[in-house]
Write a protein that binds this ligand. Structure first.
Ligand SMILES: [Zn+2]
Length: 268
């Protein structure tokens, strides 16, 4: 290979957060993310907005657009059932209703998802793809920084409670390894329930506002990787063409190069 991929602006590391259920604790978490210039994706159940149960209070529909501005809003089903209990038609309604309601509130196509209760299986993935969802996060921690290879089974690096144990590894990842993605997931209500707001603030402080990390939402990571992997090479490898809508960054023999949308690059 005559080049190595880089994240935007030539970075080698990327960080993304992924939080489920849309409870009122998201307000405090978004505030923390914003303070440390971090980006997250919030997977929401529109059927729960404005409701409460003995454990959680959910956010209101009319605060969604403003609350999550600068982050990504994504599906998590209409009201969080076990999909293994549903007919295929019910699965479809759960995902389509959630996606439509979120799009009405956010005014952009909602393209991602995380699996309620972590359940995923072939039929469910088929339905999610049929309604236009392009990725979905599992709860199967990889404990590594490898890039996702199957976006409908996007395994995160780890739950936030395990993230501290990986901080040093992330920091000291050797350059020869190329791109590293740290993907942290959880629920903001856990910080309230377990009294761990200090822990997540410390994590945000240690990972945030750094020049060597690209902070991105889940869909931004997916879009960038699709563009980077979708570069078209000439038969002799001397030329690359970028048919996608965004700039791709490469290291060519120690030099940072870019290929803008619709442009080509001569490598030799
Ligand atoms: Zn959930």
């Amino acid at each position: 290979m005559d080049y190595q991929l880089r994240f935007p602006n030539g970075k080698l590391k990327a960080l993304t957060f992924s939080y489920d259920d849309g409870t009122e604790c998201d307000r405090r978490l978004v505030d923390l993310f914003d303070r440390y210039r971090l980006k997250g994706t919030f997977h929401l159940n529109t059927g729960k907005f404005g409701t409460s149960n003995p454990f959680e209070d959910y956010i209101l529909a009319d605060e969604v657009e403003e609350l999550y501005e600068g982050h990504e809003v994504s599906c998590h089903s209409f009201d969080h059932p076990f999909f293994s209990h549903l007919t295929k038609q019910q699965m479809l309604t759960q995902l389509l209703d959630d996606k439509k309601a979120l799009e009405d509130l956010c005014h952009y196509p909602v393209r991602g998802m995380s699996y309620p209760f972590g359940e995923f299986f072939r039929e469910m993935i088929d339905v999610a793809q049929a309604v236009g969802l392009e990725y979905s996060r599992t709860v199967e921690d990889t404990m590594n920084f490898n890039l996702p290879t199957d976006f409908m089974r996007w395994h995160p690096t780890c739950h936030h409670n395990k993230a501290f144990s990986l901080l040093d590894d992330f920091q000291s990842t050797p350059e020869w390894r190329g791109l590293s993605l740290f993907y942290i997931w959880g629920h903001s209500f856990e910080f309230e329930r377990e009294n761990t707001w200090d822990m997540i603030e410390e994590l945000c402080k240690r990972l945030g506002d750094r020049q060597d990390i690209w902070y991105a939402t889940n869909i931004e990571i997916k879009d960038y990787l699709c563009a980077a992997r979708g570069l078209i090479s000439s038969a002799d490898g001397s030329m690359l063409y970028n048919p996608y809508a965004q700039t791709v960054y490469l290291d060519v023999k120690g030099e940072l190069k870019t290929i803008a949308a619709g442009e080509s690059l001569q490598l030799k």
